[in-house]
Design a protein around this ligand. Structure first.
Ligand code: MN
Ligand code: MN
Length: 458
């Protein structure tokens, strides 16, 4: 083979016995995380607890930071920042940032969700993020979220994850009666208003002679008896339906993992574990686990919120310099998934510039759509700097863009960090069936992503 030509490296092809052990052990840690952190709230709580075990303390605005400090800022329970103040010179080196997101596409309950139709109690949903609606029918769904009762007390809800819990469901038409449905396009077959959740089927028989004997009434009684929830409480609640599946190994060789919401917890996990597991204390590091990426990074828990630069201001203040000076010297990995080349759908990818399963962390110079619209487009200089870091540290990585030029596209949080005058490049794990209820990634890739994050913040 030519010594001058570039060729992708397959991690499994080159890994020795010890590396294989490390890959599979890390995958078990990751699976535990994704099973317990299916929503941004759960991910936030999980990571805060992990950080506390490593001596991280909650940060409150107003406090100064000093070298060696380890703090986390839990932004409204939905977005978390981990900051390790290095023993090195932050004024000279700036901050090493790794930013990923912990929200995933799902179905949210509407604010007035409950109704009854033909003896069935149902709930209306409004989908969150980009989904192919038909994929969310006829699968077991679990209900997660928070309900704030009228007296202000909060109920955390997780129903459908325990083996003994009931799950929830969206129906589809049987093939026998689908003649008309079969003529519709995938996009037309289900509308947003068709994604109604099945909640119950037993009427309220305990009602007095003139009482309401409906299935909805029975449901309201169950909700009140079991959870203390009244119908009005839904108006202010945040309840989401997510697939009730657990993460499982895929295939005879167990190389891959199927799970809900790899996008983007498969990058969030390497990001924060690289920091918590890392030995080096020199660099000042910030790990951002953002919310709301799937709907444009909006709101006060999304990447566009000022809390990001407010925290950089705190570091600048603490060391007697300006935020502008720190940001100009900071560097960021925008850690988000990429579309993996799928042998079942070859025609949407350009084979030379796709990320492939098990070929390592995928570095992406630009995202966006059409003529790179909406892309951060990292500079050649910064790409080269990151490339050198990875090569020096033996990280297996590849490059690839999201599909063929005219096929579609996507974005990440990269541009919101780059426009704060911070060198930023996209990197992530390649995903099969992205945004579906059961996405697939390679254990080798999540492990190389972890090594990539470790190398970058070292
Ligand atoms: Mn993503
Ligand atoms: Mn996404």
């Amino acid at each position: 083979m030519s010594k001058l030509a570039y060729k992708r490296t397959n991690v499994y092809e080159t890994a020795d016995e010890k590396t294989m052990k490390n890959i599979f052990a890390y995958a078990e840690r990751y699976k535990e995380f994704i099973d317990k952190a299916k929503t941004e709230r759960e991910a936030c709580a999980y990571v805060a607890a992990e950080a506390e075990k490593q001596g991280y303390k909650p940060y409150e605005f107003g406090a100064k930071l000093k070298p060696g400090d380890k703090v986390y800022y839990n932004n409204r329970g939905k977005n978390i920042y981990l900051i390790r103040v290095g023993t090195g010179d932050v004024k000279k080196d700036g901050i090493r940032i790794v930013a990923s997101h912990i929200d995933s596409p799902r179905l949210d309950l509407k604010q007035v969700p409950l109704y009854e139709s033909d003896g069935v109690a149902l709930a209306k949903t409004h989908y969150y993020g980009g989904i192919k609606k038909y994929q969310w029918t006829t699968i077991p769904l679990a209900l997660h979220g928070a309900v704030i009762l009228g007296d202000g007390s909060k109920k955390e809800v997780v129903i459908g994850e325990d083996e003994n819990d009931p799950v929830f469901y969206i129906s589809d038409l049987l093939p026998h009666l689908s003649q008309k449905q079969n003529t519709k396009t995938l996009a037309e077959a289900f509308s947003g208003e068709d994604l109604n959740i099945w909640l119950g089927n037993v009427p309220y028989t305990a009602a007095k002679e003139d009482g309401d004997k409906t299935v909805k009434e029975n449901l309201l009684h169950i909700l009140y008896a079991k959870y203390g929830i009244k119908e009005e409480d839904f108006l202010s609640a945040e309840l989401s339906l997510v697939p009730a599946y657990k993460a499982r190994d895929i295939g005879f060789d167990r190389a891959l993992i199927g799970a809900y919401g790899h996008d983007d917890r498969v990058c969030s996990f390497p990001a924060y574990t690289a920091l918590l597991d890392g030995e080096s204390q020199d660099k000042t590091v910030m790990v951002v686990l953002a919310d709301k990426e799937e709907i444009g990074s909006e709101g006060n828990t999304g990447m566009q919120c000022a809390v990001f630069t407010d925290l950089i201001d705190v570091i600048a203040d603490s060391f007697g310099t300006t935020s502008a000076a720190i940001r100009a010297r900071s560097k960021c990995l925008s850690a988000d998934v990429n579309a993996a080349y799928d042998p079942n759908f070859k025609d949407v990818n350009e084979p030379m510039n796709s990320t492939y399963l098990s070929c390592g962390a995928g570095l992406t110079k630009f995202t966006g759509a059409r003529g790179k619209s909406g892309s951060n487009d990292a500079s050649a200089e910064f790409m080269a700097e990151v490339r050198k870091i990875f090569n020096d540290e033996g990280v297996i990585w590849q490059t690839g863009e999201l599909g063929k030029v005219d096929q579609g596209g996507g974005g990440t949080v990269a541009k919101y960090i780059a426009n704060r005058n911070i060198d930023t490049v996209d990197i992530g794990v390649a995903v099969i069936s992205m945004h579906s209820p059961y996405e697939v990634i390679s254990k080798a890739d999540v492990y190389e992503m972890y090594l990539a994050c470790k190398a970058f913040i070292k």
